[in-house]
Design a protein around this ligand. Structure first.
Ligand SMILES: *[C@@H]1O[C@H](CO)[C@@H](O)[C@H](O)[C@H]1NC(C)=O
Ligand SMILES: *[C@@H]1O[C@H](CO)[C@@H](O)[C@H](O)[C@H]1NC(C)=O
Ligand SMILES: *[C@@H]1O[C@H](CO)[C@@H](O)[C@H](O)[C@H]1NC(C)=O
Ligand SMILES: *[C@@H]1O[C@H](CO)[C@@H](O)[C@H](O)[C@H]1NC(C)=O
Ligand SMILES: CC(=O)N[C@H]1CO[C@H](CO)[C@@H](O)[C@@H]1O
Length: 289
C-alpha cells in the first residue's frame, strides 16, 4: 500500500495521462511514483526448507511447476505444502479497515487456486494469502497465470517479500476499473515496484493502465524476474518493465495474495461481492541463499 500523501500528488498526472482508460500496449506509459513507505508489514516465521527437485535452468534452482488442475480432493494445506507453498493466517493493521489472511478464504476448485476477499466487511476484511515455504529465495523467475476477481476494490499481489524495504511487487489493482475515483486517487492498472531499500529516498514504482484487455476477463501470465542487478516484469511473456534501482538484495519469500483495506487511495473497496483471484498455474524457478 502506498502512502496517501503521495497518491494525491500524482492524481493529476494519472488523469492527465488518461491512465484510467484503456490504452494499447505500444502506448504504455510509465508514471514514476514517489512512495515513501508502506503502511503495514508481513512478519514471516516458520522457516521450513523443502527439497523440490529441479528440472529447469539454472542448475541448482528449485523448480516451481504447479498445475492446480492436478488437485482433486483432500487437505489443501498438505497439497500445497507438498508443492512448497503454505497458507498464511495473519491479521494486518490498516486504515480504515484491517484485513486478515484467512485459511478458509483459500480454496482449490475448478482447476484453479482461489484467493478470496470476502464481501461486505465493516471492520476487518477477510482476505487470502499463500507463499513459498522457503523464505530464503535469492533470485527467481516466477510466472503466475491468473485472472483477477470480478468485483472492484482489492489489490492482488504477486511479490517477493523480506520486509518493507526489501520487496518487489506486481500488483493488479481493480479499484476504479469502471468508474474513475471521485477524488482522483490511484486508478486501475498494474503496479510494478521495488520498494525503497533505505529509510530515506523513494520507491521505484511504475503504474501502467490496462491495455486493451481487462484482467478480470481472461487468464494472463504475470512474471516477476529478480536478479542481483534488476527486477523485470513480464506480461504474457513480454517484458514490460525492468527496474534497476532499489533492487532487493536479501533472501525473501514469494507471496501471492488478495486483500482490501478500504483505502480510497489504493485498494478502494472493500468489495460488495466476494472477489476471487484465480490462479491456474505457477511455473518457474528460484535459487536460495
Ligand atoms: C499453465 O497454463 C497454460 C495455459 O493453459 C499452459 O500453457 C501451461 O502449460 C500450464 N502450465 C502448467 C505447469 O500446467
Ligand atoms: C494440468 O493438469 C490437468 C489435470 O491433471 C491436465 O488435464 C492438464 O493437461 C494439465 N495441464 C498441463 C499444461 O500440464
Ligand atoms: C491439513 O494439513 C495441515 C498441514 O499439512 C494440518 O495442520 C491440518 O491439521 C490438516 N487439516 C485437517 C482437517 O486434517
Ligand atoms: C529489512 O531487512 C534488511 C536486511 O535484513 C535490513 O537491513 C533492514 O533494516 C530491514 N528494514 C526494515 C524496515 O526493517
Ligand atoms: C504486493 C502487495 O500487494 N503487497 C501487499 C501485501 O499485503 C500487505 C498487507 O496485507 C500490504 O501491506 C502489501 O502492500
Amino acid at each position: 500500500m502506498l502512502a496517501s500523501s503521495f497518491v494525491s500528488s500524482v492524481a493529476a498526472l494519472l488523469l492527465a495521462n488518461g491512465a484510467l482508460g484503456y490504452i494499447s500496449p505500444h502506448q504504455l506509459r510509465w508514471i514514476e511514483r514517489t512512495s515513501t513507505d508502506r503502511t503495514s508489514s508481513l512478519p514471516l516465521s516458520n522457516l521450513v526448507k523443502t527439497t523440490t527437485a529441479s528440472n529447469s535452468i539454472p542448475s541448482g534452482a528449485t523448480a516451481l511447476e504447479i498445475n492446480f488442475s492436478d488437485y482433486t480432493s483432500g487437505n489443501i494445506s498438505s497439497w500445497l505444502e507438498d508443492r512448497g507453498l503454505k497458507i498464511y493466517t495473519q491479521l494486518i493493521g490498516g486504515s480504515p479497515l484491517t484485513h486478515t489472511f484467512t485459511p478458509s478464504n483459500v480454496a482449490i476448485a475448478d482447476g484453479t487456486l482461489q484467493l478470496t476477499v470476502s464481501a461486505g466487511a465493516t471492520e476487518d476484511v477477510k482476505s487470502a494469502q499463500v507463499g513459498t515455504v522457503d523464505e530464503n529465495l535469492l533470485y527467481l523467475k516466477i510466472t503466475t497465470r491468473a485472472k483477477a476477481g470480478k468485483s472492484e476494490g482489492v489489490c492482488s499481489g504477486l511479490f517477493t517479500y523480506h520486509n518493507d524495504t526489501q520487496e518487489a511487487d506486481i500488483e493488479i489493482l481493480t479499484s476504479y476499473i469502471n468508474t474513475p475515483s471521485a477524488n482522483g486517487d490511484v486508478g486501475a492498472g498494474l503496479e510494478f515496484t521495488n520498494q525503497k531499500t533505505g529509510s530515506e529516498g523513494l520507491a521505484s514504482n511504475y503504474h501502467v493502465a490496462y491495455p486493451d484487455w481487462d484482467p478480470r476477463d481472461d487468464f494472463h501470465d504475470y512474471t516477476l524476474e529478480w536478479t542481483a542487478s534488476a527486477t523485470r516484469f513480464y506480461v504474457d511473456g513480454e517484458l514490460w518493465k525492468e527496474i534497476t534501482t532499489n533492487v532487493p538484495s536479501v533472501p525473501s519469500s514469494f507471496i501471492w495474495n488478495n486483500w482490501s483495506s478500504g483505502n480510497v487511495g489504493w485498494t478502494a473497496g472493500p468489495p460488495t461481492e466476494d472477489n476471487v483471484l484465480e490462479i491456474e498455474n505457477i511455473t518457474g524457478w528460484y535459487t536460495t541463499a
